[in-house]
Design a protein around this ligand. Structure first.
Ligand code: PEP
Length: 252
């Protein structure tokens, strides 16, 4: 089964609801009639409802950038899967390196969030990636194997169908440094082999693996032409409708 390319923006802590609506209104005509891929944006919690209303009927998926694993409770400042789903989100980014680095998200937390996201019938986008120091010390593959195994702990093949994994080398996020297509492909092939060990060949070959880290309109095509790169997770270049649209239209 071919894997449908998934082109997702991650807006981080940018844009109000009104700004999200303007973005979608501007992106709509640029993406009209585009088929054979999924276009998505993970927006701040406060923009999900307005963005989802504006995106209704356009095919643009709206997602969240994080969730808590509990359904509800005394967790001041947290947001549940039910809340983001009711607001209109259909996917959730989990374990982004900024969450891991600044907010203490661990593989164990990501695994708990993953269960909650699947329970809510949302699509999880689980992020893994090595730091520059880890790459330079030759630890890339060991770190990625451990992050993937820890983040997917408790997942079995029966429930893994919606899973999306994003490889985001930390040294390439927001730095302007992109992994070369060859470097990214090498890691993606490794991650797919690890997925096969964890969840079986069938799940591994069906799971979409995204690359993230300074993806831009001018490098997306070469990245996505690699056999195991099935899409992109894009920060900075997904904040403007025209560059987002160019990324979604990577093959045109
Ligand atoms: C990201 O936020 O996941 C990301 C990859 O950011 P950027 O594209 O800006 O490097």
């Amino acid at each position: 089964m071919p894997r449908t390319p998934f082109l997702a923006g991650n807006w981080k802590m940018y844009k109000t609801g009104a700004e999200a609506v303007s973005f979608i209104e501007a992106a709509k005509p640029l993406l009209a009639g585009i088929t054979g891929r999924e276009a998505a944006v993970a927006v701040p919690f406060t923009a999900i409802a307005e963005a989802a209303r504006a995106a209704s009927g356009t095919g643009i998926l709206i997602g969240a950038q994080n969730v808590h694993w509990e359904r509800e409770g005394a967790y001041t400042g947290e947001i549940s899967t039910g809340m983001v789903k009711a607001a209109g989100a259909s996917f959730v980014i989990l374990g982004h390196s900024e969450r891991r680095q600044f907010f203490g998200d661990t593989d164990e937390w990501v695994a708990k969030k993953l269960q909650a996201v699947l329970e809510a019938s949302l699509v999880p986008v689980v992020c893994v990636g090595e730091t520059l120091a880890q790459r330079e010390s030759g630890d890339t593959f060991r770190i990625l194997a451990s992050q993937l195994k820890g983040s997917l702990a408790g997942l079995n093949a029966e429930r893994a169908a919606p899973l999306v994994v994003a490889y985001e080398p930390v040294w390439a996020i927001g730095t302007g440094k992109t992994a070369t297509a060859v470097q990214a492909q090498e890691v993606h092939a490794f991650l797919r082999a690890e997925l096969a060990t964890l969840l079986g060949e069938k799940t591994a070959s069906a799971t979409r693996l995204l690359y993230g880290g300074s993806v831009k309109p001018d490098n997306v095509k070469s990245l996505l032409s690699e056999a195991d790169i099935d899409g992109a997770l894009v920060g900075g270049a997904a904040l403007k409708p025209d560059s987002f649209a160019q990324i979604v239209k990577f093959d045109s």
